[in-house]
Ligand binder design. Structure first.
Ligand code: ZN
Length: 497
């Protein structure tokens, strides 16, 4: 192995171990840590991330990367050098003082946000947003960008994506989705959902979720399912993937689709090449690609007609009384109910994207100076009216609903909709290449899809950038056409359009 490259990977191995420790402490914080542990955990997380930052920006790492770039490397080694250089460059360019300023400002902003939300007082929170935007603008200037500062922020979550291209794709779905939601509302069709409000014991809900995740091929000897208030999936390695869900006795489908979603993320992590564990070559491409995996399983598979052909008997066996007067078709219709709602995290697979477009347009506008934070309540409500035809009665269920901005996270939201678009395009390719995919899902054979995803998307790790991966797997660049065709087709028959 070339000697500079070898040194890069030695140092990166330590960084990767520090990240695994951070992930484990973060997982524990959300699941089992006693509440009084918060202060010391905060300090421990800060110490470890400080160490990781120091290692990736160290003269030794910078020198080794410089040396490695002129060595003759294999394709896999080049991927590692390219991506480690990218992490290191970004970390070096952002001044330590600015990182500290951001951490302090956002940690103060979170408590202000919590209180403002409780008291429905957006004006109390708005100055914090302005301050965080100003700091993130400094980050963008430090890191550099192609066309507009938002590029640099998006790049943290969706590397190599451009704001302009993302906006163009989003613009192409806005009108068709608004129109589709309107036609669904006008259809007069209302799926029966009364049976989902019955009492579903938590233990049985857990059994149902685990059943589906096992069928998908999630390896419970290399992963766990626990409970946390905000479901997530994290990993310490290909053989240690932790997912969480939350349970409510009268919301069985919330935990069920939560588990399928997180298991979709989990399969991506379990599917990396073990030989490249802890390196970019064995890591996920971007948040958007990650989300394509979770949303494909959750929506395109788990909410499909074929899936309920297989799963309805399982559902009936676990909940014989609740399902006694309910048909397979009725469950399928209920889990696909489309209804404009105020809250993003409760939205269906169509309106969800309109919640994201709204946030993307607002975030972009904050960085082009189209908006100041003080305008956001009005802008939010205006866009809700235009996109979904409803207006929040207060800011609590409007502009104050998400925690992201109080963290200073701008550029994260678009990855959710990118994930939906990638998912539809990938799934179309899977349908072409897996013989009888729909029929197999209807028989409960989910492994052919898992194996196809593993082969095409999980194993290559960061070999391809997101845009390249889409082209490599589907033969063409990202296009919203597949998602639009998917929702039009599915919902036309559900709502007799
Ligand atoms: Zn997700």
């Amino acid at each position: 192995m070339p000697k500079h490259y070898e040194r890069v990977m030695e140092i990166y191995g330590e960084i990767s171990d520090l990240y695994a420790a951070l992930a484990l402490m973060g997982w524990d914080q959300e699941t089992y840590m006693p509440t009084k542990g918060a202060a010391s955990r905060g300090r421990q997380l800060a110490t470890l991330s400080g160490m990781a930052h120091e290692r990736i920006t160290s003269d030794e790492m910078r020198g080794a990367l410089d040396g490695a770039r002129s060595e003759s490397l294999t394709a896999d080694e080049e991927v590692n050098v390219r991506e480690i250089s990218r992490f290191s460059d970004r970390a070096v360019k952002i001044p330590v003082g600015l990182v500290k300023d951001l951490a302090e400002t956002s940690s103060a902003a979170i408590s202000v946000w919590i209180k403002a939300r409780q008291e429905d007082d957006f004006p109390a929170f708005a100055p914090r947003v302005d301050k965080l935007v100003a700091l993130q603008r400094e980050v963008a200037e430090a890191v550099g960008y192609e066309d507009e500062p938002y590029d640099a922020l998006l790049d943290e979550y969706e590397p190599y994506a451009s704001t302009k291209e993302t906006a163009a794709v989003f613009d192409s779905i806005r009108g068709p989705l608004v129109d589709l939601v309107q036609r669904i509302a006008d259809s007069g069709v209302k799926p029966r959902t009364d049976f989902l409000a019955r009492n579903y014991p938590v233990d049985d809900q857990r059994r149902m979720g685990v059943k589906a995740a096992e069928r998908m091929g999630f390896d419970f000897e290399a992963g766990r399912l626990d409970i946390s208030p905000h479901p997530f999936c994290t990993h310490m390695g290909v053989n240690d993937v932790r997912m969480t869900t939350r349970y409510s006795e009268t919301l069985p489908m919330q935990s069920f689709y939560g588990v399928i979603h997180e298991a979709g993320h989990g399969l991506y992590e379990q599917g990396h090449d073990p030989e490249h564990e802890g390196t970019p070559r064995g890591a996920s491409v971007s948040l958007g690609i990650h989300e394509s995996q979770s949303r494909m399983w959750e929506n395109m598979v788990g909410r499909s007609r074929a899936f309920w052909r297989y799963f309805y008997p399982e559902f009936s066996a676990i909940f014989p009384e609740n399902s006694a007067d309910v048909s397979e078709e009725e469950v399928y219709a209920a889990v696909n109910e489309v209804k404009p709602s105020l809250i993003r995290v409760e939205a269906d697979e169509i309106t969800y994207n309109l919640h994201i477009l709204l946030r993307f347009e607002i975030e972009r506008g904050l960085f082009t100076d189209e908006y100041a934070a003080g305008d956001l309540s009005a802008v939010w409500n205006e866009k809700m009216k235009a996109f979904l035809g409803i207006e929040p009665p207060d800011d609590r269920d409007g502009v104050l609903q998400d925690i992201h901005w109080s963290h200073g996270s701008f550029g994260y939201f678009p990855t959710y909709t990118l994930g939906n678009l990638y998912a539809a395009q990938f799934y179309r390719a899977a349908e072409r290449e897996i013989h009888g995919l729909t029929e197999r899902i209807a028989r409960g054979e989910l492994l052919p899809l898992r194996d196809w995803l593993r082969d095409r998307i999980h194993r290559p790790g960061m070999t391809y950038r997101a845009g390249e991966l889409v082209r490599h797997v589907t033969g063409e660049a990202l296009s919203a056409d597949y998602f639009l065709a998917y929702v039009r087709d599915k919902y036309s028959s559900l709502y007799s359009l």
